[in-house]
Ligand binder design. Structure first.
Ligand code: PDD
Length: 281
């Protein structure tokens, strides 16, 4: 596998991660995961914008190679031969003797690589089971930082209970899920948590919000409770890998009739149409 290290592409064996890289010691860094469909980067501009925002919020200077990032990612994709997969991009604050405060002379370190990935069609078609668990994460989860322990623990709990996602509840409010945004439909209203410091502003979320305009659904960006969630007709989650994925069961209770719902399916169709439009036939 080849890796982009700042502005150079080198083979994985030759990449050295310094023991005092702040990403490694403090989780002091940011990342993005971008989908590749048929050799095309999906929503590149939006991901780049979010990456730059995350860097700004954490006061991480943009690294060497940032201005030619898109070109280098395309080179990586070409070399890897991956047509359908994902790109992972990470920027850490850099290498410096371990002290909590920002180092004066560290250069940020950018790494990126490409992986092959199939669309998870089984989950997209049939839906997934989720659990709910307390949102124990910090109060700036709008920043896509490397600090993911709250997410990791939640996802692990879901897996141990035979589910594939953990819906996070702060107080009694549903925020998002361990690696996805949550939408819930009641009648013709589609509820989702507003974009503030309590959720990541998902790129797939943004796409789905746009696609919703072609349905009869009304978007309601307002906090809602776990109790309300359990009473919804339909629930679905969105992220870069799962796209629009129905949630058919939460905490062992069926949502609606336990099948992907009408509006969720409509949004999935709109997402498919968008992909077909993007990919030249
Ligand atoms: N995570 N919320 C959280 C906590 C996430 O980790 C993610 C995605 C999302 C959805 O964002 P997007 O639509 O931009 O993928 C929401 C990625 C996929 C990850 O960590 O691997």
């Amino acid at each position: 596998m080849n890796i982009l290290l700042n502005d150079e592409i080198i083979s994985r064996e030759n990449v050295m991660v310094d023991i005092e890289d702040r990403g490694y010691q403090f989780g002091d860094g940011i990342y993005e995961m971008i989908r590749i469909y048929d050799g095309l980067l999906f929503e590149w501009e939006a991901h780049l914008e979010r990456l730059v925002r995350s860097a700004k919020e954490l006061m991480i200077p943009l690294p060497k190679g940032m201005e030619v990032l898109q070109k280098n990612i395309h080179l990586l994709m070409k070399e890897s031969g991956v047509l359908n997969g994902s790109v992972y991009i990470q920027i850490t604050r850099g290498v410096s003797p371990r002290k909590h405060h920002f180092p004066e002379n560290a250069d940020p370190v950018l790494t990126a690589y490409v992986r092959e990935m199939e669309r998870p069609l089984e989950q997209i078609r049939n839906g997934i089971k989720a659990i709910t668990t307390e949102d124990i994460r910090w109060l700036r989860v709008d920043i896509k930082s490397l600090n993911l322990l709250g997410n990791v623990l939640a996802k692990q709990k879901a897996v141990e209970q035979g589910a594939s996602e953990a819906i996070l509840v702060r107080g009694d409010i549903v925020t998002e899920a361990s690696s996805s945004n949550v939408f819930a439909i009641r009648g013709q209203e589609c509820f989702t948590h507003p974009t503030n410091q309590f959720i990541l502003n998902g790129i797939t979320r943004q796409v789905v919000v746009r696609l919703m305009e072609s349905t009869n659904l009304t978007l309601v960006e307002t906090p809602f409770t776990k109790e309300a969630l359990m009473e919804m007709d339909e629930v679905f989650i969105t992220n870069t890998g799962l796209e629009v994925c129905p949630v058919i069961e939460i905490d062992e209770q069926l949502i609606g009739d336990g099948m992907p719902g009408y509006y969720t399916t409509q949004l999935q169709k709109a997402f498919e149409t968008l992909l077909l439009e993007l990919i030249p036939q």
